[in-house]
Design a protein around this ligand. Structure first.
Ligand SMILES: [Zn+2]
Length: 162
């Protein structure tokens, strides 16, 4: 029975970058802290878009404490580029911006609805129409009430029947 000697016994856990590039990985490996051997896909995708040489160059040019974030950013950008070869990250940014605009619009509509409901309830309670003669909408909780009636619903009591 033939016994095959595995590569792992010769090199103790090369990082994912060195393993993929078939290089020696040592204590001074710049990529080892960011590309652990158990997650080869992380380096694979970043290498595919940026290239190992550029990743090393970028990491060398920035402070050590920022390198983790830089790697996360590159991996994110690379994934976006692979998923969307035309727009990459820009596609994700545009989608999120559209979502923000849509949600802002929904919020504005809901706030208008809420205001109208409050105005309606206010007019029912006080008999005061919140819509002025000229058709403009008055703020039922604005200056008219600010002096002594802060909460019209707090003061309201059901009519007493005697
Ligand atoms: Zn390495």
């Amino acid at each position: 029975m033939e016994h095959k000697k595995t590569e792992a016994s010769a090199i103790a856990y090369p990082c994912a970058a060195c393993k993929m590039q078939r290089r020696k990985c040592g204590n001074k490996c710049l990529l080892a802290p960011y590309f652990p051997p158990h997650d080869p896909q992380k380096f694979c995708i970043a290498h595919r878009v940026f290239g190992a040489g550029n990743i090393v160059k970028i990491l060398r040019d920035i402070p050590v404490e920022s390198r983790e974030d830089a790697v996360s950013s590159m991996v994110y950008e690379a994934r976006a580029r692979v998923e969307d070869p035309v727009y990459g990250c820009t596609g994700a940014v545009c989608r999120l911006q559209k979502q923000v605009l849509s949600l802002q619009s929904q919020l504005a509509n809901t706030q208008t609805e809420l205001f109208n409901i409050k105005a309606f309830l206010f007019s029912r309670v006080t008999g005061f129409s919140s819509v002025g003669e000229c058709g403009e909408t008055l703020d039922p909780f604005g200056p008219i009430l600010s002096e002594d009636v802060a909460d019209p619903f707090g003061l309201w009591e059901p009519p007493q029947t005697g």
